[in-house]
Every structure is written in structure tokens, then in C-alpha cells.
Design a binder for this molecule. Structure first.
Ligand code: SF4
Length: 161
């Protein structure tokens, strides 16, 4: 458990692509429910939906979403992927993707960033999204771009940014 209480807000430890997955779901008005893997995506997602997280520590490793996941073993993700030919293990692909996203946005591993600043910096992620997700299904990336954009705009509006 890496949750830390700061004044009235929570800080969470997250992979940056997990943050944008949640913003994409927020943009598509998806209702989050517990996943079959039993991980904490729906819990953290709800916290972000409701603006209950003030800061995020960006990490390139298993994060707070991985808590309770049936594929988490000794702190490592053991899941595999089948949507790419260049990666077999999800952890390897996630590390590769998160490193690229963080470099593109100017962040370092273990950097703590305010959620508001992350939202205001999302343009860099959106501008490079096809390069960042190169090798993934292009229609999937187009949908991702559409709904992350909507999610970011919703956050900018509701947080008065
Ligand atoms: S352990 Fe792997 S499969 Fe489970 S939530 Fe984390 S990244 Fe996803």
C-alpha cells in the first residue's frame, strides 16, 4: 500500500499510461466496475473522476492500480499481451510505453506531479499519441485520442484550469 495522506487530499503512485487510461474512460463517460483481475483500477479511477487525488508519483513499475491484482506476484506483473509482436510480457511493454510518455512530457521516474499540472501538460501526450502508441491498432489509438481529449477538457472545465 503506497497511499499517502497529505492534508485533505490523497497522493497516489501511478504509471502515467494508467492515468491517461482513466482520463480516456472519463472522456467516454464509462462507469467503472471491478475487473475480473480484481485490481484497483475502478477504485483509483473513481478517485480521479471525483478529483480526490491532488498529486501523483509517476513510476515505471507496478503501481497502486496493481494492488490486489491476480497477476501481481512479488510486486511484479506476470500478465502477457497478444496485441503486439514485439512484446510478450505486459510489464515490459508498460515500462517501454511509460518511459516514452514520460520523456515526451518532460517527466522523470518517481517525480511527484500535481494532477492539475498533468492535465495542463496533456497536450504533449495528445500531440504525440500516434508515435507513443505506434505498433498498437491505429483505430484504437484514434479512439484513445478522442476520449482522452474529451476527458482532459472535462477536467479543465470542472477544475477551472
Ligand atoms: S499487475 Fe499487470 S495486469 Fe494487474 S493491474 Fe498491474 S499491470 Fe495490469
Amino acid at each position: 500500500m503506497t497511499r499517502i495522506f497529505i492534508e485533505v487530499d490523497w497522493m497516489r503512485e501511478l504509471r502515467i499510461h494508467h492515468f491517461f487510461d482513466i482520463i480516456r474512460d472519463y472522456g467516454s463517460y464509462k462507469i467503472l466496475k471491478e475487473h475480473a483481475y480484481e485490481h484497483s483500477y475502478h477504485i483509483i479511477g473513481k478517485e480521479i473522476y471525483e478529483n480526490r487525488i491532488r498529486e501523483i508519483r509517476l513510476v515505471v513499475k507496478s503501481d497502486d492500480i496493481c494492488e490486489r491484482c491476480s497477476y501481481l506476484s512479488s510486486g511484479n506483473c506476470t500478465d502477457t499481451i497478444d496485441h503486439r509482436s514485439d512484446f510478450r510480457y505486459k510489464a515490459d511493454f508498460n515500462d517501454y510505453l511509460d518511459t516514452k510518455i514520460m520523456k515526451c512530457m518532460g517527466y522523470e521516474n518517481r517525480q511527484i506531479i500535481e494532477v492539475k499540472k498533468l492535465i495542463m501538460n496533456a497536450e504533449k501526450y495528445l500531440d504525440k499519441i500516434f508515435e507513443l502508441y505506434e505498433g498498437n491498432d491505429i483505430d484504437n489509438t484514434k479512439m484513445r485520442k478522442k476520449y482522452v481529449s474529451i476527458g482532459i477538457n472535462r477536467k479543465i472545465s470542472e477544475l477551472g484550469l
